[in-house]
Design a protein around this ligand. Structure first.
Ligand SMILES: O=C(O)c1ccccc1NCC(=O)[C@H](O)[C@H](O)COP(=O)(O)O
Length: 206
């Protein structure tokens, strides 16, 4: 069954709602230029309220290694998601499992994947305007091709309307969503979150 990460959590209410809806992982954006930014102390207060068996993912963009590792310790992160131009060597020095994000423009965007020994490749749409959370979709054929290199987490413009088609076609290890389940930037819409998770995990109605 497809794993689901709900990214851009900024409140305890949204975190517990997403967990109750069946999210496998929650993402906290430690990138201060994002509308979904959360500070370390605020994130830690939410994370300490989470039940067991939910993976906590911290997202960073071109951050210092010391900051990544100390935030991971401070907040009890399970996984670090690197969404900038971090090198394979940088990923090796992170003291957590790493999901390395790649922003896909076309098949050539997949060339660097082979250099990275990471727990999963997160594939997101390329935008010249932002590192992520853009709501833009890329050509899913690239995600299908990337599965030859390792686990793929599909992201980029996923919504309750297209998630069943995405999962059926790509069959990724997991999916990741931010803006597609929001009421406004940084605030999740419970109905969209529930429908998204249900359809990601059961794309074919029984
Ligand atoms: O969400 C952000 O604001 C963000 C900012 C900078 C880098 C990454 C960011 N989000 C990463 C994610 O994990 C998103 O889920 C992914 O980019 C997909 O976003 P969306 O198309 O809005 O579902």
């Amino acid at each position: 069954m497809t794993k689901v990460k709900i990214c851009g959590i900024t409140s305890e209410q949204d975190a517990l709602m997403a967990v109750d809806a069946g999210a496998d992982a929650l993402g906290f954006v430690f990138f201060d230029k994002s509308p979904r930014f959360i500070g370390v102390e605020a994130a830690a207060r939410i994370i300490e309220k989470l039940p067991p068996f939910v993976q906590v993912v911290g997202l960073f963009v071109n951050e210092d290694l010391d900051v990544v590792n100390s935030t991971a310790d401070c907040c009890g992160l399970d996984i670090v998601q690197l969404h900038g131009e971090e090198s394979p060597e940088f990923c090796r020095l992170v003291r957590r499992r790493v999901m390395k994000a790649f922003r896909v423009r076309g098949p050539e965007s997949l060339t660097p994947l082979a250099d990275y020994r990471v727990a999963a490749y997160l594939l997101d749409a390329y935008s010249p305007h932002a590192y992520g959370g853009t709501g833009e979709v890329f050509d899913w054929e690239c995600a299908i091709a990337a599965k030859q290199q390792g686990r793929v987490v599909l992201a980029g413009g996923l919504t309750p309307e297209n998630i069943a088609a995405a999962v059926t076609r790509v069959q990724p290890y997991g999916v990741d969503v931010s803006s597609g389940v929001e009421a406004s930037p940084g605030k999740k819409d419970p109905d969209k979150v529930r429908r998204f998770i249900q359809l990601a995990k059961h794309p074919h109605p029984i």
